[in-house]
Ligand binder design. Structure first.
Ligand SMILES: Nc1ncnc2c1ncn2[C@@H]1O[C@H](COP(=O)(O)OP(=O)(O)OP(=O)(O)O)[C@@H](O)[C@H]1O
Ligand SMILES: [Mg+2]
Length: 141
């Protein structure tokens, strides 16, 4: 699946409509440079899941989790490894339990930094490419 968005709102709306593609236990990798729109897409996805908390990037905490409402996926786990130095830091905060939890959807910004933890895991990948100031190409495989 591939779409072009022409504003942050369009990327957000794309995220919002994606919810039905996922099941509990899924892991979604978000690939894209700084400012590509990864967090924007997750904010939309969260709204699609009925989460009313504000989504903020777990830049320093590495992981945030949110409870969904009326959805078969019970938790949305947002991981951002941008500042991660060692995968062990993620193990220490219990990430492995979430990665194998059948009721959680894990969404990971900068998955390149946790290769070891993702080894042998089935994942979905969304790539966001910066085409122009307000234009992005979003590809999902
Ligand atoms: N079509 C678009 N889709 C998404 N964001 C866009 C678009 N056009 C412009 N933007 C802007 O790009 C920025 C995307 O920021 P966002 O935090 O979502 O990126 P990110 O990929 O999570 O970055 P980081 O790697 O720093 O976490 C926002 O400032 C947003 O307004
Ligand atoms: Mg981000």
């Amino acid at each position: 699946m591939e779409i072009i968005t022409n504003s942050p709102e369009e990327t957000y709306e794309f995220g919002e409509k994606l919810t039905d593609h996922f099941r509990g236990g899924d892991i979604l990798l978000l690939i894209g440079e700084l400012g590509a729109g990864k967090t924007t897409l997750i904010k939309g996805l969260a709204v699609g899941f009925g989460i009313d908390n504000e989504i903020t990037s777990p830049t320093f905490t590495l992981m945030n989790h949110y409870s969904t409402h009326d959805h078969t996926i019970k938790n949305l786990v947002h991981i951002d490894t941008y500042r991660l130095k060692d995968e062990k830091e993620l193990k220490d905060i219990g990430i492995e339990d979430y990665l194998s939890d059948p009721e959680s959807l894990c969404i990971i910004e900068w998955p390149e930094k946790m290769v070891e933890l993702l080894k042998n895991k089935k994942t979905f990948t969304i790539t966001i490419e910066h085409l122009a100031e307000n234009q992005r190409k979003i590809t999902m495989v």
